[in-house]
Design a protein around this ligand. Sequence first.
Ligand code: AMP
Ligand code: MG
Length: 272
Amino acid sequence: MPARIDFRDALRVKPGSRVRLETTDPAATFGYDKASAASVTQRQLDRLADLQDRFWAEAKRSVLVVLQGIDAAGKDGTIRKVMDAFNPMGCTVTGFKVPTPLELSHDFLWRVHPHAPEKGSIAIFNRSHYEDVLVVRVHEFVPEAVWRLRYGHINDWERMLTDEGTTIVKFFLYIDRDEQRRRLEARRDDPTKTWKFKAADLAERALWDRYIEAFEECLERTSTQNAPWYLIPANRKWFRNLAVSRIVAETLDRLNPEYPPPEPGAKDLVIE
Ligand code: AMP
Ligand code: MG
């Protein structure tokens, strides 16, 4: 078992730092192997279950978890694994798809804000407002002068949520091109996965370099003290699950949620 690593420190994108994904190893495992990771991940899930129960009972603050990554990076799989620890009461998952005409007729945050978590709750975003500086940039759906201002709008909006009691954690799941090819082949060939596979995925894959460029600038400009990005090596699903579950658990732990005290006098009530 490797020495205890503080993933919050090791994987956090430091505000103001440069991000070069080609110097990041997407297959890094920090000394863990699949077997040693399994028990540690299970421990995180147990911790998460306890923390979320207290967090929901306390009902004073909220958490927003954002998941981004290129197609097949493992956003759905991460949610399935980490959510497993949560009582569905007190947890919401929202997937953000191609905007509808109604959504497009508003500002880009309009469709996102209603899904921000209520007090006591943990909201998980499968894709998010970040698509508006990622896919939108890569495809030039709006002019650069428009998407470029969005980094600031996002930082301001996230700052406001933080000030109002929401803790924000953002995960960028990083796989390399070879790993994406393997996963897309599995989607093409495995009948339980083909529903996720579309010809359009290959058109997106052809834009790989432009996506990397968009991810790098996004991480650089929007990893802030109050809403940090974590750059997760995600070629190995078991390591991804370990890192994400540990960071979410550490984040909740630091909030130190507490069960509310009993109502005054409640202890003395006689239940006939
Ligand atoms: P999936 O996550 O596989 O269900 O796919 C959702 C699709 O919606 C992806 O291709 C995203 O790039 C796309 N999408 C999400 N948000 C936006 C957005 N704001 N503008 C354009 N496309 C988006
Ligand atoms: Mg997809």
